[in-house]
Write a protein that binds this ligand. Structure first.
Ligand code: PMP
Ligand code: GLN
Length: 375
């Protein structure tokens, strides 16, 4: 009788619960553990006393929509219409759900590139469409031969995630040229571009669908204030899409949530003027380097990390266990919670890799590393 018989409890919930039960250091679920900026809490307490507690317009607070349009112009050089092409959503998750429900029909196909974040599959199944899972190469770059072979007339969407959770990989210019060619060859194909880590990039700059005029008319981008402003629990983000697509997404959003938390929107409307999102990369680069330096002394092998606040490491030198057993033992015997990479694949895998979240204060990262030295 279940409409989603294969969907279980998210690994992020499972590992965070285990971390609490065993009083482990939680580097599993992705969220910062440091305090938010005081300017944000000051705005929040000041505005809480004013008359801002009723519904905002369905698409979002008009002045916040205007500011998102300005940010998009500054970041990517693209002009978008705040009224027609931006929608404020209850986190990126709602944006992704509403987009898939609005655009994908029964029996159509949606391409997901594995390893992939976990919120894409359920809305596809609820649309009675078919998720087609295609694996990335072993170094987590896209394999365009395999991707092209998986696309056909029934493919409605290709979901991309760049910078990438869980691997921290970023696409090259060449990858976007391949994507453009694919979109060109299939007139019904759209791109759902999950860009929630757009401002958390290190050595190389992020390439957005908004940089690529050939993709503008065929792409939906998803952003998250949770990642960009260290407020994952606020569950607020936004979607940008061309008017003809956005009209359809708004129909679903209207009856999924109608509108998003008014207080969050009013606070962000002030706070967005004070934040330099361009500094986020540097902030997290310092954490990445700090964490990588600590992990170098352990028996784990670090993989490259180009963006996001996730670091993948291999334990192949240490154990033959599968990654789920290994992460469970890391919690119970060593007191550190991480995420097994196989859970990001439809068919699992035997990569023997785990994901750490390094969006933590230095003391937490240091303590975790001390425990991992015992491995
Ligand atoms: N996509 C990816 C790749 C993510 O890592 C996350 C973070 N949880 C989301 C979407 C969802 O973001 P939000 O918390 O804003 O719903
Ligand atoms: N995006 C977060 C992560 O990858 C998890 C969010 C959630 O728990 N749903 O860890």
């Amino acid at each position: 009788m279940s409409k989603l018989p294969h969907i279980g409890t998210s690994i992020f919930t499972v590992m965070s619960q285990m971390a609490t039960e065993h009083q482990a250091i939680n580097l599993s679920q992705g969220f910062p553990n440091f305090p938010v900026n005081e300017q944000l809490t000051e705005i929040l307490s000041r505005l809480a006393k004013t008359n801002i507690h009723q519904y905002t317009p369905m698409s979002g607070l008009p002045s916040l929509l205007d500011k998102i349009a300005i940010l998009t112009k500054q970041s990517y050089g693209r002009t978008v219409s705040p009224k027609e092409e931006i929608l404020i959503t209850a986190g990126a998750t709602e944006g992704i759900f509403a987009t898939i429900q609005a655009l994908v029909k029964a029996n159509e196909e949606v391409l997901i590139l594995d390893p992939s974040y976990d919120c894409y599959e359920a809305p596809i199944l609820l649309s009675q469409a078919k998720p087609i899972r295609v694996s990335l190469n072993n170094d987590f770059t896209p394999n365009w031969e395999v991707i092209s072979a998986a696309v056909n007339e029934k493919t409605k969407l290709i979901i991309t995630n760049n910078p990438h959770n869980p691997t921290g990989k970023m696409w090259s210019e060449d990858d976007f040229v391949h994507l453009e060619k694919l979109v060109d060859a299939y007139p019904n194909l759209l791109v759902l571009s999950d860009e929630v880590y757009e401002y958390i990039t290190f050595e190389q700059p992020h390439i957005s669908v908004h940089h690529r005029p050939k993709l503008w008319d065929r792409s939906i981008s998803v952003s998250s204030f949770g990642k960009s402003f260290h407020i994952t629990g606020w569950k607020i983000g936004y979607v940008i899409a061309p008017d003809y697509i956005m009209k359809e997404i708004k129909k679903v959003h209207q009856f999924l949530v109608f509108s998003v938390s008014s207080i969050a929107q009013h606070v962000l409307n002030e706070y967005i003027d004070l934040v330099d999102v361009k500094a986020l990369g540097q902030f997290y680069q310092q954490k990445r380097d700090f964490f990588r330096n600590l992990i170098k002394s352990t028996r784990l092998t670090l993989l490259p990390c180009e963006g996001t606040y996730f670091q993948v490491a291999s334990y192949a030198n240490i154990s033959d266990e599968n990654d789920l057993d290994f992460t469970k033992r890391l919690v119970t015997e060593f007191g550190v919670a991480t995420i097994p990479i196989s859970t990001f694949y439809a068919q699992g895998n035997d990569l023997k890799c785990i994901r750490f979240c390094f969006a933590k204060d230095e003391e937490t990262l240091q303590k975790a590393a001390e425990r991992l030295l015992k491995l």
